[in-house]
Design a protein around this ligand. Sequence first.
Ligand code: TMP
Length: 228
Amino acid sequence: MPARAATRRGTFITLEGGEGAGKSTQVRHLLYNLRTAGIAAIGTREPGGSPGAEILRKLLLSGRIARLGPAAEAILFAAARIDHIDTTIAPALAAGTWVVSDRYADSTRAYQGARGQVDPRFLRALERIALGNVRPDLTLILDLPVTDGLARATARRTTGEAPDRFEREDLEFHKTLRGAFLSIAMAEPARCIVINAGGPEEEVAQAIFEAVSHRLIAPAAVKQARHG
Ligand code: TMP
């Protein structure tokens, strides 16, 4: 068996986007909608999603790794991802449970690739090693104007809470990120769907569930009916 290959029976969905796109809220809505449709699903997040990866999350978001440069950050995000896959994602998928992750490998492509300081071949190789065959079946890219997202992220912070390592980056960085996520969606239309995240929470939740139903639930039901 090649390294980092996993048995897959469940479906893997990731939510991606810049700061303040509402991903965590939408993961909760999607889990509720999937479970209501009778689908066993778990929610998780990156960086984090397993005890080991949560330790790396604290370190990465504190900004203490930033001084080592974006390549070192990318390696640590990948290390967290490997633990997350091995401990949480792969076992759930093997058991037939659907997994919904708040961020995954596209965040490394976009964030660590944003300033153009890391060789894209290095990022691609790292992604191949970290993911193996644990690639998303569907990625929802939550898109909204950068200034709206940053305003939401600021409003969400409790009084006195400092912005994290990436929220502190300048407007140019966040604009580049938005472009990077949209480019990923354009390059991989079979996997990615762009969702307008600027509207009311319930409308965004509905758009997401429609996309998931269209791409994943309806085809699965048809396949089951054919073979069942
Ligand atoms: P969040 O969970 O609040 O979105 O915070 C995670 C932060 O980490 C966010 O600013 C994006 C950043 N990040 C990366 O830079 N690279 C990655 O691979 C991942 C998963 C997150």
